[in-house]
Design a protein around this ligand. Structure first.
Ligand code: GSH
Length: 228
């Protein structure tokens, strides 16, 4: 059975988690502390310490670069999800970089403001130390002070997605592709603390989000058969 090794609020883990839910395949999740990557280090034979990684029988799958989608492509091929059609490859690559930089870069700060509610007490020291070493001392307090501004930047940066949904139910197509799951997972991190909702002005995005929450590949296949 496929095992997703993760921590639950990680944006990139939430992307893979939702792809697995969509697939209907049986899978397990193993939560590790964000501050202790020893399991990942061991399973990848000292080649990776990030999350997510996937264990599938004897295979261990992990990203090999900043902008690779090794795990999603592995799941796509294995579970036949149709997330990476050739015709959309270039445009998906451009879009996922926007999603994983411009949207994720704001979403994680907004969620981290509530880190004391989200991160288990045993993991809080390592979490705080990691954040402050990466973003500077007091960064979490600064993000709290900038919360209103960050929220309005998030609303602005979501405008292109609202526009993409003007004439179709998913971002690029009549059915979800990888970038739909990417945006969904990155937004799941923004929404994780429970303190936020998607911007009220983005009505299409909110409907897309409800569709994405429920979607299952087997019902898509049924619909495709009906229309063929
Ligand atoms: N592009 C990678 C990014 C993964 C990533 O940045 N994961 C974070 C957690 S959300 C991580 O483990 N970073 C390394 C660290 O925290 O030391 C992916 O899609 O999996």
């Amino acid at each position: 059975m496929i095992e997703l090794i993760q921590f639950a609020w990680s944006p990139f883990c939430l992307v893979q988690h939702h792809i697995l839910e969509f697939s209907g395949a049986r899978f397990t999740t193993t939560d590790i502390p964000s501050g202790d990557r020893s399991l990942v280090w061991r399973l990848t034979r000292k080649r990776y310490y990030g999350v997510p990684i996937i264990r599938d029988g004897k295979s261990v799958i992990f990203e090999v670069g900043e902008d690779t989608q090794v795990i999603a492509k592995y799941l796509d091929t294995k579970l036949q999800l149709g997330l990476f059609p050739w015709g959309l490859e270039g445009v998906q690559s451009i879009l996922w970089q926007y999603i994983e930089n411009q949207i994720e870069g704001i979403g994680f700060k907004l969620n981290d403001i509530y880190w004391q509610e989200v991160v288990p007490p045993s993991d809080q020291l390592a979490f705080l130390r990691y954040k402050e070493r990466k973003f500077g001392r007091g960064c979490l307090d600064q993000w709290r002070a900038q919360q209103k501004d960050l929220l309005s930047q998030m609303e602005q940066r979501l405008v292109p997605f609202e526009e993409m949904l003007l004439d179709k139910p998913f971002l690029l197509d009549q059915r979800p592709r990888f970038v739909d799951f990417d945006l969904y997972g990155i937004l799941a991190n923004f929404l994780y603390s429970g303190h936020y909702r998607l911007p009220a002005a983005h009505t299409r995005l909110r409907k897309w989000h409800r569709r994405m929450t429920r979607i299952q590949v087997k019902s898509l296949h049924r619909e495709e058969e009906l229309h063929s």
